[in-house]
Design a protein around this ligand. Structure first.
Ligand code: SF4
Length: 379
């Protein structure tokens, strides 16, 4: 039995992957075996052949940012003539349009805008929830939360997160994790914040009863060991949440993709589909305490997205209407809801629309039923 077979067998028997095992898997090219094992792990949480997706919209409320990530084509520096903050009415209109196509989730995501006071966030959340009580606000990455803490002038991190939650923030997306290791983070931006800051925001959210997600981006020139440490840190935080009995499910999902170096100021070798699929499989095996793994078809393309459903993913992510942060670097793949259903079916799965908590809202198990409110994504 090869060492890879042994690692996979032991993992499926309940022995958790160590950092060394993880590195051995990255060094191996036996990705089909890893995919098969990851699929087995996925089936423990999701025995039915269903692939879920959420209909949501990414509202980039501001492009002003003072983190200056070297890969980001979206941001404008404070004071730039091209900087914007969307008028409140525009945000409301985008939410209404989302609800009109049976969307349930809004991902407000922007730069870390030093000119917006903390009350901007609590006021807009309250106003959104008053107008659209049915919408789920899955918004603001840890970097934005840290900026809110800074502009709040004196609130603790917990007070900031609590105030946002009380104003209407339902859950936190895990954007900006990149690689949870400070060597890589400093390469991306000197102002990126440490991995512990990212994790502190997530742990605080879990403690006060909010769910979050975790992301991972590979391809910044990180070592395999650094990738393994990223996963270990997420796994330990999830263990901590479960052990403490926090009123939250912790990380509800894990989402990874590869860094797309084209049109960016960060030079790196572009990783391919195999690197992505291997990472999906290894993360599913390593993170045995996280239920849902999202496919990253927006970045990786629909065909690879389809393949990832056989490497441990059970979810097709969001049929997002806007994705300006990714599309500014030129990698948006436009998919309408009809194509989402087609791709999931082509992968041999039954599509189902879910909400942000991963509860199924409607099944698309009859291929002859026409999709109502089909829409084409627009930027
Ligand atoms: S990726 Fe986000 S934090 Fe980094 S510069 Fe762009 S908007 Fe700012």
């Amino acid at each position: 039995m090869s060492s890879i077979d042994r690692i996979l067998e032991q993992t499926l028997a309940g022995n958790r992957l160590s950092v060394e095992d993880c590195v051995a898997l990255y060094e191996s090219d036996q990705i089909e075996k890893m995919g098969h094992a990851a699929n087995q792990m996925m089936l423990r949480y999701h025995p039915d052949p269903i692939t879920t997706f959420v209909i949501g919209r990414n509202v980039n409320y501001t492009n002003i940012c003072d983190v200056y990530c070297r890969f980001c084509a979206f941001y404008r520096a404070p004071g730039s003539k091209e900087g914007y903050v969307l008028p409140d009415e525009t945000i409301f209109q985008k939410i209404q349009e989302t609800i009109d196509v049976k969307g349930t989730e809004i991902l407000m995501q922007g730069g870390t805008n030093p000119d917006l006071p903390f009350t901007y966030y609590t006021n807009i959340l309250r106003e959104i929830k008053a107008r659209f009580p049915e919408i789920t606000m899955h918004s603001f990455s840890p970097a934005e939360i840290m900026k809110m803490k800074e502009v709040s002038e004196g609130l603790t991190l917990e007070e900031v997160v609590r105030a946002l939650h009380e104003a209407g923030l339902d859950s936190l997306p895990g954007g900006g994790a990149e690689i949870l290791d400070d060597r890589t983070r400093r390469k991306i931006s000197r102002k990126k914040g440490s991995w512990t800051e990212w994790m502190d925001v997530m742990k605080t959210a879990h403690r006060i009863g909010m769910n979050t997600t975790a992301t991972m981006v590979i391809g910044f020139g990180e070592t395999y060991e650094e990738r393994a440490m990223h996963m270990l840190r997420v796994r330990e935080a999830q263990d901590e949440c479960i052990r403490a009995g926090h009123p939250s499910e912790g990380f509800l999902a894990f989402i990874s993709w590869t860094f797309q170096p084209d049109n960016t100021n960060l030079k790196a070798e572009k990783l391919g589909a195999e690197d992505y699929l291997k990472n999906v499989a290894i993360s599913r095996l390593m993170l045995d305490n996280i239920k849902n793994f999202q496919s990253s078809w927006v970045t990786m393309g629909p065909e690879v997205g389809k393949q990832s459903l056989h490497y441990g993913c059970n979810d097709f992510g969001s049929t997002m209407i806007e994705e300006n942060v990714v599309s500014a670097a030129g990698t948006t793949h436009k998919v309408n809801i009809g194509s989402t259903l087609d791709l999931i079916r082509q992968a041999g799965k039954i599509p189902a629309q879910r909400n942000t908590r991963y509860e199924i809202l409607r099944m698309f198990d009859d291929e002859n039923v026409k999709v109502e409110n089909d829409f084409v994504m627009q930027n």
